[in-house]
Each structure stands twice: as C-alpha cells, then as structure tokens.
Design a binder for this molecule. Structure first.
Ligand code: AKG
Ligand code: FE2
Length: 369
C-alpha cells in the first residue's frame, strides 16, 4: 500500500455515508408484472429515457474472442490476445472454457424457470428494506430516478458463510443445486483468467490471488421484458462493474448488451456456448488504469424477453483496494486512492448506476484523502 494514496477508514466511511445514503435499494414495481398486467405499449414516465446516442451497425466492430483451452496450454499468442483485450477493450468472449455444458444449460433452464414462476412465488425471495440481495431492482436510490426495464435476482454465492438461503430460491426444484455447481465452475475460470492476467502484467500470480483468498462472488440474474417502445427504455443503465472480472452468461438467445467504445455503442453478439467476460473497476484500480473496465448497457427487444446472468468476482471483504505497488513506478503516479473492499462496495451500492462515475469518485477520494 502506498502511504501517500492511502485514504483513512474514517475518510472513506464519511464518503460512503455522505448525504445520508443507505445500503439497500428502494422498492419498485416488477417490470415483468407491470407488462403482464397492462402490456408494454404504454411506458410509464419513470422508464422513459433519451436513447439517441450512436450505435455501431451489427458486425461493424466485434469484441475479441479468447480461447480458454489455448490459454491453459500456455499458448503465447493467446496470452498476448488476452492482454490486448484487457488493455484495449475491457471485454472479450471466452470460448472452449471449462464449465461443463450440462452445468451451464442447467443454470440457464433454472434462470428461465425462476422468472416464469408466478409473481407471488417470486415475491417470497424479495429484497428486504436496506438489503441488496434478493428479487427486485438494485441501485434505486431516489424516488425520482429513472428506472431500468428489468427485474433482478441478486445473490451472494461466496464465501460460503455469506450465503443467505432465504433468498436462494428453492423453486424451480433444482435451482440451488444448479447455482452451486455453476458458481464453482465459473469461479475456477475466473481464478485462471486472473492468474493469466497477472502473468501478462509481469506480476507474481500470488499478488492478486492472495487478495482473493476468501474472495466474494455474487450473481445478478436479469429478466428484461419486451417493450413495444424499446427505443425509449434502457434494460440496464450504462455502468461498469465494481469487481475484478465479470463472467456473463446470456441465458436465452436474445442479444442486447452494448459496450461503449470510441464514442458509440457496440452491440455484442453472444457466441453460442461461450461467456462474455469483462474487466471490472477493482481490476482497473489494482492495475492503476492499465486494464480498463468499460461502460456497458442493455437495450431491450420489442417482442422478445431477454435473460442474462452476470457472475461478479471480487477480492475478500477486508482486502485493501488500491493501485498495486508493482503497477506504480513512482508514488505520485497512483491514479486512485486505497480503501477496504467493504467500504468500496458500500460506496458503489449507495449510488445509482451512472457510467463510470464510481471510478471518478475513487479518484476524487485520492485528492481529498
Ligand atoms: O444483461 C447483460 O447482458 C448485462 C448485465 C450487466 O451488465 C450486469 O448485470 O452488470
Ligand atoms: Fe454490468
């Protein structure tokens, strides 16, 4: 930890709780239930967004594709592609990964099955006031904020002691088993990717691995209902993820993810059997900006529902998050301050999703801390 960039716990706590912001998300109606009741032709004003930004034509630019098997065989060319993907794109698709097909397909079926349950059944797993986990929407911090056209189920999966079985659905019947197997398979992929990234950065793999001993893994399953005015709503607001690496599974065949690149939005065409992987804010901070978390959003379809499942991988709750000593030539080069992971997450969840503004706050904390 670099003394000049270290922000005291007291300072960070003040920052997280300033303006009286609380953990937890305000309760909002289920978009799925709203569409079931009234259709999607009329969009309530709280969901209407200006969405007139440039979108690249399909196929105009594609995120890199990384072959996991080749990486594991120590293929130098594949490692170089991974390094380029993390520095230049912040996103890539992962093919030939090690998650067994039956585990992935089982997870997809259970995500679909969960959101098909009657509204009353899903409510048994609803977020409680002040809590983030459960069925609802995240990042709703004010009554007048615009809302996303989606419902979520957010669940912590690692460390084991953080599992809250009250909101781990036991319906459909195989849900818990499927989630347990899927998360283990995806965690081992995330660990391998982080080791390959560390090696590409000239770091001892232990430098990142030791921050992840007892690391946090959580999943957000998203249901995006169709919308007759699809161009007037946003499925998930532009944001970057506050983790090390996210592994995204598109849980049905409908695309919708877009990433911001060179001033326009690039649609991601998900590859059958692959995962979409992205660098998160914490990896950007640890690498002092060498690897980039990239802003992304989801647009919805006029006729088809979309389902996805993002799995977030982060250091342990008490790890110090700040630029790694090895990534900073001179103390003054550190772009971000340091704070403990728990405080960082409180800060993240106390705000609405707003592009990369969260990382900007970490920069500001450096100058004021
Ligand atoms: O649904 C998607 O494709 C992306 C979801 C996402 O970005 C997230 O959950 O953080
Ligand atoms: Fe995301």
């Amino acid at each position: 930890m670099l003394p000049s960039t270290h922000m005291s716990r007291a300072t960070s706590r003040t920052a997280a709780s300033e303006e009286g912001k609380q953990m937890g998300s305000l309760p909002v109606p289920s978009v799925q239930a709203m569409v079931a009741a009234t259709g999607s032709a009329h969009v309530p004003p709280r969901y209407l967004r200006p969405t007139d930004e440039a979108v690249a034509a399909a196929g105009e630019a594609e995120i890199p594709v990384i072959d996991f098997r080749r990486l594991q065989l120590g293929d130098g060319e594949e490692s170089a592609c991974l390094h380029m993907a993390c520095q230049d794109w912040g996103f890539f698709q992962l093919i030939n990964h090690s998650a067994p097909e039956d585990v992935v397909e089982g997870m997809k079926a259970n995500v679909q099955g969960f959101f098909q349950l009657p509204a009353e059944t899903k409510k048994q797993f609803a977020q409680e006031p002040g809590q983030l986990e459960g069925y609802g929407q995240l990042f709703v911090v004010s009554e007048d904020q615009k809302l996303d056209w989606a419902d979520s189920l957010y669940v912590k999966t690692q460390p084991l002691k953080d599992r809250n079985l009250r909101i781990w659905p036991d319906q459909p019947a195989n849900f818990r088993m499927a989630l347990d197997k899927y998360c283990a398979a995806v965690k081992s992929i995330a660990d391998c990717l982080l080791a390959a990234m560390a090696s590409n950065l000239g770091l001892d793999p232990e430098v990142i691995a030791e921050k992840c001993d007892g690391g946090v893994q959580s999943v957000r399953m998203q249901y995006y209902p169709p919308c007759a005015q699809a161009d007037k709503v946003v499925g998930i607001s532009p944001h970057s993820d506050a983790d090390l690496v996210t592994i995204l599974l598109q849980a049905n065949e409908v695309d919708g993810l877009q990433i911001r690149r060179n001033g326009s939005w690039i649609p991601v065409k998900s590859l059958e059997g692959g995962f979409i992987v992205n660098v998160g804010d914490i990896l950007q901070v640890l690498t002092n900006g060498r690897y980039k978390s990239v802003e992304h959003r989801v647009v919805v379809d006029e006729k088809k529902q979309r389902l996805s499942m993002a799995t977030f991988h982060s250091p342990s709750r008490n790890a110090i998050i700040g630029p790694l000593r090895e990534m900073v030539a001179h103390e003054d080069d550190a772009v971000y301050g340091s704070m403990d992971h728990d405080e960082l997450m409180k800060l993240f969840f106390a705000n609405k999703l707003d592009g990369k503004s969260f990382l900007d706050q970490l920069k500001k904390l450096k100058t004021s801390g």
